[in-house]
Each structure stands twice: as structure tokens, then as C-alpha cells.
Ligand binder design. Structure first.
Ligand SMILES: NC(=O)c1ccc[n+]([C@@H]2O[C@H](COP(=O)([O-])OP(=O)(O)OC[C@H]3O[C@@H](n4cnc5c(N)ncnc54)[C@H](OP(=O)(O)O)[C@@H]3O)[C@@H](O)[C@H]2O)c1
Length: 297
């Protein structure tokens, strides 16, 4: 049995690791911080604390392993030095048998609200998306040179228990009017975990999948739906022009891109049947039908 290494074992990775462990598989989770390591220990996951930017990596069992790479690039620049360093490590240690990389749908750039699938050209414009593209390209080069397999998931916004914008909604932070709001895409964390495991097992090497529920909405509708499900007032609405001075740079960057992602490929090629095919399904499971027990995050 190949050992499974989850690099960047955080919100998604911890759930995936638990699923593998419950099936009797051997898993090692890599995380950067002491808090991250404590989180893994609390979940009974074997963990190792390393910063991909600077710590030694060549003592880990990479050779012939299965790697799920969930560590995001650093917060600035247009390259992902972490993934570059990881791949350089394999030259000395031997390569994993397969890497599953959690990229983002941001690599498609702005698509003016059109429906797109994986055949759509990538056009990363935001720096965060250019870093992701750099990571994808680094891993593709590794795969070609080593002959080992790479599978990429282009992940939409992840939501789930403790991953809802409730703090923002409680703070009555404004959002742009629905008619000016871009389309956004999501996936429930449980469906993403299932997809990760199935893609690791069955996806053909070189494959790319959009990881999303296929039921996009505008960003404003998203915040309104979460607020309604939690029994909270919806966000105050402002114009896009006002947003320029009232919203964070990060939020403005997300507002500048609009696309609707198809998920046909993951459903037909991998046979994924989503447990939460719409946001309403996911919110009902997280918050209950009446938003009865609202977490504080
Ligand atoms: N949130 C979204 O909506 C969304 C959408 C698309 C794609 N994604 C991407 O999907 C992936 C999984 O998401 P997630 O929610 O599970 O992320 P997460 O909870 O933030 O976990 C990220 C993990 O990566 C580790 N990490 C970060 N920098 C590192 C470094 N320099 N060296 C070693 N480890 C490092 C973190 O360690 P510590 O916690 O110990 O620092 C943590 O274990 C991420 O790449 C994320 O960016 C997220």
C-alpha cells in the first residue's frame, strides 16, 4: 500500500486524512504551524511540521507515495516558490507516484459571467491566480520529466461547517447590488473530500477537473442565502462604484471576475454524485432547516 502524504493538511486535508484513516490507509499530514500540528494531533492524524519555504523536506517518504498537495502559494508575487521547492526535493528523494493538486478556478480569470468547462483557455490576471498557474505549470513540468502522474482540481469557493462568512454578515459588511454582482462558484467540503479521494484513485494522469457544485450564483446571492439560512439580516447593498472605497482589496479582486463553472467532467468521468448539489442543500445540512444552531465563525 502506498503511503499518502497530505501537504498542507488544513481544513480540507484534515477531513480527507480522517476519511483515509477510517478506511485503514496510512496517512501523514504536513502542516506549517504549531497550531496546525496540534489540530492534527487532536484528530489522531500523524503529522509533521514543516515550512515548505525553508525547512528540510528530504527526510520525508516522498518516493512512490501518493501526494495530495493542498498548500497554497505565499501571499505575494506571481510564482509559487513552495511548489518549486517541493519538486526540487523529489530530485534527491525520488518522486511520488502521483500528485493530486488543489488549484483554483481563478486560473481562468474573468469570463464575463459565461459558463465554462475545463477546455476554456486559462487567463490568470490577479496575482493570486498567476501564482496558482505557476504551481500548475511547475507540477506539469515535474510530471513530464519524471513520468509520474499529475491530476489537478480547479477548486471553487469551499464552504462547510465553520467555513461560512458569518462574521462578515454579523458585522453588516456591505455587498454590491445583485445586478452588478459577479457570478461565483462553490463546493461543499464533504463533496470536495470525496472528489479528492476518487480523483486520486481513478482519474487519468494529466487530467484537470473543475471542482464545483455546478450551481453558481452571484456573490450577493451567496451572502444573502447564508444570512437567510442563519436567520441574520442580509448585507447592506451598495453600488460597484461605492464598493471601490468601502470593500477590501481582496474582495474587490474577487468582484472583478465572473464565471460560471460546469462540473460535467467530474460527474461523467469520475462518476461523482454530489451530496450537496446546491448551496441550499449544503446550508440546510450545516445550519439546519431554520438556522437553529448558528456557529460563531
Ligand atoms: N478557501 C477556498 O474557498 C478555496 C478555493 C479554492 C482553492 N482553495 C485552496 O485549496 C487548498 C485547501 O484549502 P483549505 O481550506 O484546506 O486550506 P487551509 O485550511 O488554509 O490549509 C492550508 C494548509 O497549508 C498549510 N501551509 C500553508 N503554507 C504552508 C507552508 N509554507 N509550508 C507548509 N504548509 C503550509 C497550512 O499550515 P498551517 O495552518 O499550519 O499554517 C495548512 O495546513 C488550499 O491551497 C486553498 O488555497 C481554497
Amino acid at each position: 500500500m502506498s503511503s499518502i502524504l497530505i501537504v498542507g493538511c488544513g481544513y480540507v486535508g484534515t477531513r480527507l486524512a480522517r476519511q483515509y484513516l477510517e478506511q485503514g490507509q496510512k496517512v501523514l499530514g504536513l502542516t506549517r504551524s504549531a497550531a496546525g500540528l496540534a489540530r492534527l494531533e487532536a484528530a489522531a492524524i500523524a503529522g509533521v511540521r514543516r515550512d515548505l519555504a525553508s525547512d528540510p523536506l528530504d527526510d520525508l517518504p516522498w518516493a512512490d507515495s501518493l501526494v495530495v498537495h493542498c498548500a497554497p502559494p505565499p501571499a505575494s508575487g506571481v510564482e509559487d516558490p513552495l511548489t518549486r521547492r517541493l519538486v526540487e526535493t523529489f530530485a534527491a528523494t525520488g518522486s511520488p507516484r502521483r500528485i493530486l493538486y488543489l488549484s483554483t478556478s481563478g486560473v481562468y480569470g474573468d469570463c464575463a459571467g459565461r459558463w465554462i468547462d475545463e477546455s476554456h483557455a486559462v487567463r490568470p490576471t490577479a496575482e493570486r491566480s498567476r501564482r496558482r498557474w505557476d504551481a500548475e505549470e511547475t507540477l506539469r513540468r515535474w510530471s513530464h520529466a519524471s513520468g509520474r502522474e499529475l491530476v489537478i482540481l480547479r477548486v471553487a469557493g469551499i464552504y462547510g461547517p465553520d467555513r461560512l462568512p458569518l462574521a462578515r454578515i454579523r458585522a453588516a459588511a456591505p455587498m454590491v447590488r445583485p445586478e452588478q454582482s459577479p457570478y461565483t462558484n462553490r463546493i461543499h467540503v464533504d463533496d470536495l473530500v470525496t472528489l479528492c479521494q476518487v480523483a486520486m484513485e481513478r482519474a487519468p494522469g494529466g487530467a484537470v477537473y473543475n471542482a464545483c457544485d455546478g450551481a453558481p450564483s452571484t456573490m450577493t446571492e451567496y451572502f444573502q442565502a447564508v444570512a437567510a439560512a442563519a436567520g441574520l439580516p442580509g448585507p447592506p447593498l451598495i453600488s460597484l462604484e461605492e464598493a471601490g472605497s468601502r470593500l477590501s482589496e481582496g474582495m474587490l479582486s474577487y468582484l472583478s471576475e465572473s464565471r460560471r463553472l460546469r462540473n460535467d467532467r467530474m460527474r461523467t468521468e469520475l462518476g461523482i454524485a454530489l451530496r450537496y448539489p446546491t448551496l441550499a442543500d449544503g446550508l440546510r445540512a450545516i445550519l439546519g432547516a431554520e438556522g437553529a444552531s448558528v456557529p460563531s465563525s
